[in-house]
Design a protein around this ligand. Structure first.
Ligand SMILES: [Zn+2]
Length: 211
């Protein structure tokens, strides 16, 4: 059997088991999804949103990219955010990074990863520059990168708060709350590192006053 055929077999078994547990499961989900959470995580195969949070299909709206970035010109992440906030009406947006992130680590090197990856990871270099004093003071490389992972998550929460999508929802409906989490690959535990409640004020330079 080919490796991908194993996936299809597993899927049949999974679907059968779901129906055994709850005969209306797929019928219900096929009509409606009303997740409370938007998850923006790293594409890393070791950080599956549903599995590590013990949630089922239908409970989390998910977007993943390399190193869980929210970039203000990325039509993909902004479309996901727009849909989740304005149509699904999520109450929480979670940015979930993870310790040992290869994307974050690569951004700390001087290696030329060729145009596309250079362009993407440049955003993390900018986070490093903002916190250079603290990060340069951490001598052990793994610890330094782990701290950068946390600061990157925090910066992406700020990036969410800078969007008119979030600011308008905060003003009109006092939601969603924004959460910055970091998942530990070595122990499976998620550590909350940063939080922004709906309505938090940020640098006025980024606040729209005519929403
Ligand atoms: Zn990663």
């Amino acid at each position: 059997m080919k490796t991908y055929e194993v996936l299809l077999n597993n899927n049949k078994e999974w679907a059968n088991n779901k129906i055994k547990e709850d005969s209306g499961f797929f019928e219900r989900l096929s009509h409606l999804q009303s997740p409370e959470f938007l998850w923006i995580g790293c594409s890393d195969s070791r950080v599956p949103a549903n599995e590590i949070t013990g949630t089922d299909p239908g409970e989390i709206f998910v977007h993943r990219n390399v190193a869980n970035l929210v970039i203000n010109t990325d039509v993909n992440v902004l479309s996901v955010l727009d849909y989740a906030v304005n149509h699904l009406k999520v109450k929480h947006v979670i940015i979930c990074g993870h310790y040992g992130c290869g994307g974050v680590k690569a951004a700390t090197t001087q290696t030329d990863l060729k145009p596309l990856l250079n362009m993407w990871l440049r955003n993390i270099k900018d986070v490093y520059r903002l916190h250079r004093e603290e990060l340069d003071g951490i001598k052990e490389e793994t610890h330094r990168i782990d701290r950068l992972v946390e600061l990157n998550v925090q910066e992406q929460v700020f990036n969410l708060a800078k969007t008119s999508i979030i600011q308008r929802a905060w003003k009109k409906e006092n939601r969603p709350d924004l959460h910055g989490w970091v998942y530990g690959l070595n122990n499976g535990v998620i550590k909350p590192v940063f939080e922004m409640k709906a309505g938090t004020h940020i640098d006025p330079l980024y606040e729209y006053d005519d929403l």
